[in-house]
Design a protein around this ligand. Structure first.
Ligand SMILES: [Fe+2]
Ligand SMILES: [Fe+2]
Length: 376
């Protein structure tokens, strides 16, 4: 059951294309929703660096503060501004970082003097870039920011004459922003997944149609092959005295014997379904060589004399030669090579008294042995 599923081209294609389209959709959804979120945050935070620069830029004494030891008194205007920032929007924490990663000032005084020089966002901001990150605050420096849920951290470098002198960091807990981020992501995923589903169905429809057409033409080809075999076999039979559906009956016997034998453990390997099917296809051809034997012999009512018998016996070799001739015209190995073997040896006998070679026992190919039994 599992094997036939594995061999079914349609099932294989359905599974493989599903996995490929799913992976592609997941990749696309992740990339686009990340880009949309980044864009929203960038738009949202664009104003903060301007605010910070304008205030500090207007008060040159503020730059001196970044060189002073932690806990030094903030210049008055800067302190007023930073305190006001915490009332601006959803900002709840402000940190002023010195260039070595020490917190010089914060609206949480317990942080002042602590050093977090390994903070990756801080280090990036010290290179002159505005850094943002959205997450649950979990870093070493975030003891006092937990409990606000997801927060947006904005690290703004403070520059003087092209040199970064420190960083102002703002923490924002903006519910509306996060709701919007969630909504946008949901919309992106809905659209990407719908597009993925449509793509998958389209691919499936195309494949299903071509698979059906291909199956139909394969079926027609097999049918044509069977009819050709029947016609060939009938051509030999028509000269013969054998009566009443001999070819049909022998084929049916061969099928019953071969299928029963194939069930036995010791024959399972040498009689796989494709070998049995080749044997069934070959069976009607077993006497095809009789086209080479004269009608007078074939239709002689009485016993054949020795010479006539010798000619009659040649039908095995004639038949094998006809099939080998046909096989040589093909560019692939077909059932004809098995058929030729079956035709050549189907009058051999287990005890060695058969013809054309007098082979004995297992020296006679298995297919020919089964054919001989069915024929008799
Ligand atoms: Fe025969
Ligand atoms: Fe026969």
């Amino acid at each position: 059951m599992l094997n036939s599923l594995k061999n079914n081209l349609l099932v294989q294609y359905t599974a493989i294309s599903f996995v490929v389209v799913l992976l592609f959709t997941l990749f696309l959804g992740t990339v686009i929703s990340r880009k949309v979120t980044d864009h929203l945050i960038k738009t949202h935070t664009r104003v903060f660096p301007f605010v910070v620069h304008n205030i500090i830029g207007n008060h040159p004494e503020a730059y001196e503060f970044f060189q002073e030891p932690p806990g030094s008194t903030l210049p008055g205007t800067m302190e007023r501004f930073l305190n006001e920032l915490t009332e601006f929007g959803a900002i709840f924490r402000v940190k002023v970082w010195g260039p070595d990663g020490t917190i010089l000032w914060s609206n949480d005084p317990t942080l002042v003097g602590q050093n977090f020089r390994d903070n990756a966002n801080f280090l990036q901001a010290m290179l002159g870039e505005v850094e943002t990150s959205v997450k649950l605050p979990q870093k070493a420096e975030n003891q006092s920011e937990q409990g606000h849920g997801e927060v947006l951290e904005i690290y703004t470098p403070v520059t003087r004459g092209g040199q970064v002198v420190g960083v102002v960091e703002l923490y924002e807990s903006d519910r509306d922003l996060f709701i919007q981020i969630g909504k946008n992501a949901r919309t992106v995923w809905e659209q990407v997944l719908s597009a993925g589903a449509v793509l998958y169905l389209l691919l499936f429809a195309i494949f299903f149609r071509s698979h059906r057409l291909q199956k139909k033409s394969t079926f027609q080809l097999i049918e044509t092959q069977q009819v050709t075999i029947s016609a060939l076999a009938y051509q030999a039979e028509i000269h013969d005295l054998e009566t009443g559906f001999h070819l049909d009956r022998t084929t049916r016997y061969l099928q019953i014997l071969a299928e029963a034998l194939a069930q036995r453990p010791e024959h399972k390997k040498i009689l796989p379904p494709e070998v049995v099917s080749d044997m069934i296809k070959s069976s009607p051809l077993h006497d095809i060589g009789k086209v080479g034997v004269s009608d007078a012999i074939l239709r002689k009512p009485g016993k054949l004399n020795e010479e006539e018998m010798r000619e009659m016996q040649q039908h095995c070799e004639y038949g094998a030669a006809i099939l080998k001739h046909a096989e040589n015209k093909l560019s692939f190995q077909s059932f004809l090579s098995r058929a030729a073997e079956l035709v050549l040896y189907h009058h051999e006998k287990w005890n060695g008294t058969g013809y054309p070679y007098g082979l004995k026992g297992e020296a006679i190919p298995l297919g020919a042995r089964i054919m001989a039994l069915a024929d008799v």
